[in-house]
Design a protein. Structure first.
Length: 634
């Protein structure tokens, strides 16, 4: 009797599950038609699976955010870890007439073509793992290197001074993102000679596999004092292995920090883990940007990277040193904060006036800030000097501004002044150029371009056109300011693409300062030195224009005998391309003002903002310059 009751109960349960799965995974066509009719915006969400807590949390965030908008309807699909199924899901979503696709990929390589296909007709937001190329509207992800660094710092703090061995548990042994996490972690822990990473094991993202593998090797490493697992699920597996061997002196750090049962929060609270680093899913942000895109908002970044936080036992969850401590300050502290008419005091340090790009950038920031009634702008001009920039930041701190925005002329030398800003409770936004500081939580967000990609774009263009011309192509590189992020990274991206290609050779690489004059002088020197390049790659348009002048004075025909490439894509560069003197300009967008103002206002509203906001850019060549110049704004 009991068993027949159990059997029929089981059948009812299975039947209910089928009905439920049918409604969630394959929404009926009539429901979709109805949703489409009811909504202004129908958004399709393609998930690679719904086994992982991360994907479930992502969907919940998406749902919660979308509920704020009555004109938005969602359709979800689940590919059950099958890339072919995910391709089919996207095709189906397209047939249903979705207005925008949000996709988290099962496999980047296999899904790239369908993302590209979808992007031809609708906006596409890619979450988590990127696709190859740039055929999507925007990418939202997290910074694996910084996740590794946060975990590494915690590991060093926990093991402070003791001789200890570490085991690292990875999700996949040969993935780039795993490699980045590992690099960040090692960067910290290897600073202490008494700490050694003894072994790396493959946990395949599974709790049980991590447990079995660790159980197997633990007896061989009696000195292990810490396990770093690349996910909280694997960290839980590690805990089980450790307790099964009766060990109590091994600490565990995980990644993900999800707020679910057995998620990172829970495990840290229960003291099963010593810490976890959050890896935001981006679900909430994907809907916020989707709405902006569908509403025709003009400034949509190409890529945003969300900030990771440490959740650790010694801190209140999400209140550790990596939480921007000043975020609450703007709307709580200060005597006049209660006054609704109080303006946000925005301090901006402009690095210099070296190029026409800079002029457009300065104008964009100034105009965007001045248009806002609730912003009071304090603008300072540092005339290309790092010392002056530091002096001006200090003066803004003394003036008690609410937010500081600045462009670091070079990457290093900012730790002290940024620490001073932090002590004063003033958040700092970096724009255009990045810094290299010991503690990345000294700045709130970076808004600007991907300089490495700009260098790569120039090199790829060159490869496509000149790889088969025969012989060796000699290149002269005219670099921007020494030690500046654009000079370092454009060079890096350019070299990366041309590396191992023996038909290209950099014959000379001269250091300038992004000015027209330095381009002119350096090219004169190159000519005087007797270097005869087939290609000149200048790190910005102004230097290219100066170099063009020098070449012409020497009787050469830039753009014809010599291929000239540069970065920025200013109107002046377009004129030079139309005149046949410049062959290519890679876009570097200076119109950052609106995004800066948005970030400042979000900070003032105590909203967490992405750690990186990267602008959308392309390349322009002489062939289409006449057509494209009409659309140029700077
Ligand atoms: O940091 C951006 C670079 O600085 C631009 O490419 C250059 O023109 C500017 O002066």
């Amino acid at each position: 009797m009991k068993s027949s009751f159990r059997k029929s109960f089981l059948w009812i349960l299975i039947a209910l599950l089928i009905v439920f799965a049918g409604s969630v995974l394959f929404e009926s066509t009539s429901r979709i038609k109805q949703a489409k009719a009811e909504a202004n915006f129908l958004i399709g969400i393609s998930q690679p699976n719904l086994n992982e807590p991360r994907q479930i949390v992502m969907n919940n965030e998406i749902r919660k955010e979308a509920e704020k908008h009555s004109n938005v309807k969602l359709i979800f699909t689940d590919a059950a870890e099958n890339s072919e199924k995910q391709i089919h899901d996207v095709q189906k979503l397209m047939e249903y007439g979705i207005d925008l696709l949000i996709i988290s990929l099962n496999d980047s390589e296999k899904l790239t073509p369908i993302v590209k296909e979808a992007y031809k007709t609708i906006p596409v937001i890619v979450l988590g793992r990127g696709v190859t190329g740039y055929d999507y509207t925007m990418f939202i992800g997290s910074d694996n290197l910084s996740i590794g660094k946060i975990a590494g710092k915690l590991a060093s703090d926990l093991l402070a001074g003791t001789a200890a061995e570490i085991v690292e548990i990875k999700g996949a042994m040969s993935s780039t993102s795993e490699e980045e996490t590992s690099r960040g972690f090692r960067d910290y822990v290897t600073r202490s000679p008494s700490i050694q990473i003894k072994q790396e094991i493959d946990g395949s993202w599974q709790r049980d596999k991590a447990e079995d593998e660790l159980k197997r090797i633990l007896p061989f490493y009696p000195e292990v004092r810490l396990v770093f697992a690349h996910s909280d699920a694997m960290a839980l597996g590690a805990y089980r292995a450790i307790t099964s061997w009766g060990l109590s002196n091994v600490q565990i750090i995980g990644i993900d920090g999800l707020d679910t049962v057995n998620g990172g929060f829970d495990l840290v609270k229960q003291k099963i883990l010593s810490g976890s680093v959050t890896s935001p899913t981006g679900g909430r942000e994907s809907i916020q940007y989707a709405i902006d895109i569908l509403n025709g908002e003009k400034v949509i970044p190409k890529k945003i990277i969300l900030r990771s936080h440490l959740i650790a036992n010694q801190h209140e969850p999400l209140n550790g040193p990596d939480r921007q401590p000043y975020m609450m300050k703007l709307d709580t502290a200060g005597p006049d904060k209660a006054d609704p008419r109080r303006k946000i005091k925005l301090g901006v340090v402009i690095v210099g006036s070296e190029s026409s790009w800079r002029a457009a950038n300065t104008e964009s920031i100034k105009t965007a800030a001045e248009q806002e009634q609730d912003i009071e702008l304090f603008m300072q001009y540092a005339e290309g000097s790092q010392d002056k920039e530091i002096e001006m930041i200090r003066s803004l701190i003394r003036q008690k501004v609410d937010v500081i925005v600045f462009t670091p002329i070079v990457e290093t030398g900012w730790d002290e002044v940024l620490e001073e800003a932090r002590k004063a409770g003033i958040p700092v936004i970096l724009t255009d150029r990045k810094v290299k500081v010991e503690d990345d939580s000294l700045w709130t967000t970076f808004i600007g371009s991907d300089f490495i990609e700009e260098g790569r774009r120039a090199a790829r263009w060159l490869l496509e056109r000149y790889a088969n011309r025969g012989g060796v192509t000699e290149i002269v590189e005219l670099q921007g300011t020494a030690g500046s992020a654009p000079a370092i990274e454009r060079r890096q991206g350019f070299e990366e693409v041309l590396a191992n290609n023996s038909s290209f050779h950099v014959a000379a690489s001269e250091i300038g300062d992004f000015t027209y004059d330095s381009g002119f002088q350096l090219m004169n020197k190159v000519i005087k030195d007797g270097v005869m390049p087939q290609v000149v790659f200048a790190h910005n348009d102004d230097m290219a224009l100066g170099a063009i002048k020098a070449m012409e004075q020497a009787g050469m025909k830039p753009g014809k005998d010599i291929v000239v490439m540069s970065v920025d894509a200013t109107k002046l560069a377009f004129q030079a391309m139309i005149a046949g003197k410049l062959n290519l300009s890679v876009e570097c967008n200076p119109l950052l003002g609106p995004q800066i103002v948005k970030a400042v206002k979000d900070l003032a509203a105590a909203k967490e903002i992405p750690v990186n906001i990267i602008t959308s850019e392309g390349i322009f060549s002489a062939e289409t310059a006449k057509r494209d110049i009409a659309m140029r704004k700077y």
